[in-house]
Design a protein around this ligand. Sequence first.
Ligand code: NAP
Length: 297
Amino acid sequence: MPHDIFLATAVSPALELLLAERFTLYRDAPPPTTKAIVGGGQMTVDAALLDRLPELEIIAIHGVGHDGIDHDAVAARGIRIAITADVLTEDVADQAIALWLAVDRRIAANDRAMRMGNWTVPLGRRASGRRIGIFGLGRIGQAIAKRAEPFGGEILYTARSEKAVAWRFVPDLATLAAESDVLFLAAPGGEETRGVVDAGVLDRLGADGVLVNVARGSLVEEDALIAALESHRIAGAGLDVFADEPDVPYALRRMNHVVLAPHQGSATREGRAAMAELVVANLDAHFAGLAVPGLLG
Ligand code: NAP
């Protein structure tokens, strides 16, 4: 008998096909016999849902974020969590660098201008030699740092602990913002980081500073960001993630010094195929009693 699997969010057709070959899938009402939940990095799994699924063994995330999961409730029930780490890291870092360059070199704004028939546009800002600040130096943060190195500026970061790397550690986000020209966010969402980028942090980043967020919208106080951008207290922003996706405030959409992407960090054909395969590999290994490659923790 194939195991029952609850699809908590929409997943790619390729993944759905792979899952349907192996399991019985439920999209709305998961039966109490559900053995696994599959969903994207922003899915919510709370204690109320877990109470309805006494046979649940594993939550297989199609992504690396797990801020929507009640970790205490999951741990109390001995349920495993698996993510698709590593296979999306490089794509998300590429997206972060692309957003930075799109803001500083006005790629999106100039494209819009040309489509309107304009040739004369304002100057952009030099990318090389910039001080690059990275909030969260995990897989994605490190991949961003490696990509930023050839631009020849200083690279600094903060995380919960200092790492054995050549880049300069600073103790907190406020210091990082004050000492950076470009501030990349690459830390997890969740309560610990909610709203950490507030008006004070943005003011420290300053009128020449650019914010790039490929982490989670929840890290940024969006109203404070809009206010800082509208009053040019920061120079621009490249945003892949938002507070209330897929709703993006009109204020962000109308500003030319903001570059927007609809949560595309891992959205490459190659990355999504690898993520789908890893979700399935995680489930197959779990149900076969083998080591689960993407096991969290
Ligand atoms: P990771 O390897 O777990 O790295 C997370 C980093 O954030 C670690 O360096 C960690 O510090 C740091 N961190 C955690 N909590 C922190 C806090 N309270 N204050 C400061 N730093 C903190 O994760 P990853 O694979 O790089 O992914 C990072 C995040 O990117 C994910 O959680 C997800 O939300 C987001 N993401 C977005 C997309 C997208 O499509 N835009 C795709 C994938 C992931 P320590 O090492 O010191 O613990």
